[in-house]
Design a protein around this ligand. Structure first.
Ligand code: HEM
Length: 194
């Protein structure tokens, strides 16, 4: 048993963790900034009084950046399904690899469902969706019940997404500060690909 642990540690020292491609790194960080910004903006909307010009401005801003997020998520999913990610870092315990696979899968699901539910909810509302001033096609009609349903989905997925992002950041920091196993660096710009 000790020999296996020592073997894994030695392997980790000799063979550095393979890095993500620059395309995967750019998409990851663009979406990280956009989605965290959208969560902050989404929750801040609650503090802006209804039927004021400020509310209209910030809700439209939220919708516009949300549509941009949806497009980038679709590009990212396309990239992910057509390119193999690097293998798990050498020496990583199996439970961690399984937990990472599940949490990454859930993150992908939530980042897709969140802008989709926002767009669908707005399509069943009376204001529709403008993308930085350009009117987008409505997928629905004015329907209070459906708008309410997608609004609830948007709220629940938004909360789940915030929790998953917090876990994701804590796990990344554990790799950087405690495990020191190069897993954090795999997704950082700069550095050489192995
Ligand atoms: C990654 C993308 C997105 C994130 C992270 C996000 C996040 C949020 C959050 C956290 C809220 C507050 C929910 C609550 O009430 O607790 C919210 C509200 C809302 N979002 Fe999004 N959203 C995204 C995309 C979109 C898109 C694409 C649209 C529509 C095109 C949209 C439309 C709305 C609307 C209409 C509200 C309710 C505003 C109100 O209270 O009147 N969202 N969003």
């Amino acid at each position: 048993m000790n020999a296996i642990v020592e073997g894994n540690a030695l392997q980790a020292q000799v063979r550095p963790a393979a890095r993500y491609t620059w395309q995967a790194i750019v998409l990851h960080w663009l979406l990280a900034v956009l989605i965290i910004g959208m969560l902050v903006l989404g929750y801040s909307l609650e503090d802006i009084p209804r039927n004021t010009p400020a509310r209209g401005f910030y809700v439209n801003l939220h919708k516009s950046f949300g549509v941009l997020a949806l497009v980038l998520v679709l590009v990212r999913l396309g990239w992910r399904f057509s390119h193999k990610p690097p293998p798990t870092a050498p020496g990583m315990p199996r439970w961690q690899a399984v937990a990472a696979a599940w949490s990454h899968g859930l993150l992908y699901l939530c980042i897709l469902l969140q802008p989709l539910s926002g767009y669908l909810g707005s399509s069943f509302g009376k204001y529709g969706v403008k993308f930085f001033g350009i009117e987008l096609p409505n997928w629905g009609w004015e329907d209070k019940a459906l708008r309410g349903f997608f609004g609830e989905v948007h709220e629940a997925v938004g909360f789940t997404l915030a929790v998953l992002i917090a876990i994701h950041v804590l796990a990344a920091l554990k790799h950087l500060l405690i495990d020191r196993d190069q897993v954090f660096q795999r997704m950082m710009p700069g550095g050489r690909r192995s």
